[in-house]
Design a protein around this ligand. Sequence first.
Ligand code: SAH
Ligand code: TYD
Length: 412
Amino acid sequence: MLRSSCLICASSVEPFISFGKMPIANGFLTAAQLADEYFYELDVVFCPTCGMVQLGHLVEPEKMFHENYAFFSSTSTRMAKHFEQFADSVAAVLSPRSDPLVVEIGSNDGIMLRHFAERGTRHLGVEPSKNVAEIASSRGVRTISRFFDEDLAREILEQHGPADAVLGANVMCHIANIHSVVAGVKRLLKPEGVLVFEDPYLGDIVELTSYDQIYDEHVFYFSVRSLSALFAMHDLEIVDVQRQPVHGGSMRYVVGHEGARVASARVVRQTAKEAELGLGEARTFVDLRERIERSRGMLRQALDSLRAGGNRVVGYGATSKSTTVINYCGITAEHLEFISDTTPIKQGKRSPGAHIPVRPYAEFQRQYPDYALLFAWNHSQEILAKEGDFMRQGGRFLVYVPEVHLVDSDQA
Ligand code: SAH
Ligand code: TYD
């Protein structure tokens, strides 16, 4: 049954959209697994009281984050650079302190923490997905393979002492028991310590109609307003916000103990901007739902007509986001010959739900298709820059964010 109360403030929530039955977004399948695939209802609800947009049905974390987790952070060179800069900015603040401790929640393959390890800074990664945690450890990043929550924060505090910085990227919005996580962070942070984290931003999802950000792992769609409500319940406050041009539009939040720091004017400005955008109002989500439905119609029409015209079309990037698009729009192996992806664990498997084959990037290069449906649109800069040959030979990218359109060598 659809949850009726908000995970943040317990007020009544309102339904926003139902995408129907969905598989696990990162649940790529071997032939033997095709028959008993797990499905849940992908629904989103909106809390008019605190403004948090959130899933209406939750998937157990253990079904998503485990020893076969398919998302490896270091597959994008642009993101590697981004996290190097993120680490540098934190290291600059910590440099005057003696023997600081940095804890990262959801540290994956060590893409960010390795920069602290290389500096010899005390650090600890918390990463429940064992396969990616092992990669981090093998790179010299100290990692424990557990789910972060208040109990674990207590253990970390006992063993390592209080933290100067707790970091997180694309993880806080994944955790349904967010109150336990925030309580743990509160406990772990020194009086002058900060929590610095970033996640896809609700304002960008609304502005870009990037509904593919909605899937099982993304329990929350954060705004400054809804997070301010959450942190206030734990005597923490947002002291700075910074837009980040990654993952289709993210926001970085700097959070401190209440009253410990002077908040930047950016926090007030961004909250006012959210009110202008209508992020707290039900009509915004009615409008977004209509745009999502229109987008689905246009994408299906484009793919149906490419198929009718006998074109070879492949998917580019077996992203988690693509699972929502493929299954919601009814895209099948009839539309896409295969999906090209550079991540070894996804290759040779079938996509969640629609069971489209996932093949190595070399297959894409071996014989360019006529069209590539750009599922990794958030990495378009990096991808368009390296796919000059494909486009010069007449290949085109079909993109659906912010609306359905084609990109050829003239526009790239
Ligand atoms: N920070 C990386 C990885 C993001 S993917 C990046 O931005 O690229 C989200 C990661 O969070 C996964 O590796 C997942 O295993 C981890 N995760 C999920 N729930 C968690 C929890 N409760 N505590 C710590 N990590 C968690
Ligand atoms: P990404 O968009 O980062 O995340 P999510 O899974 O959360 O939606 O996923 C990018 C996927 O695209 C990943 O499986 C690697 C793949 N990829 C390529 O195949 N080629 C590329 O050039 C890039 C940048 C990514």
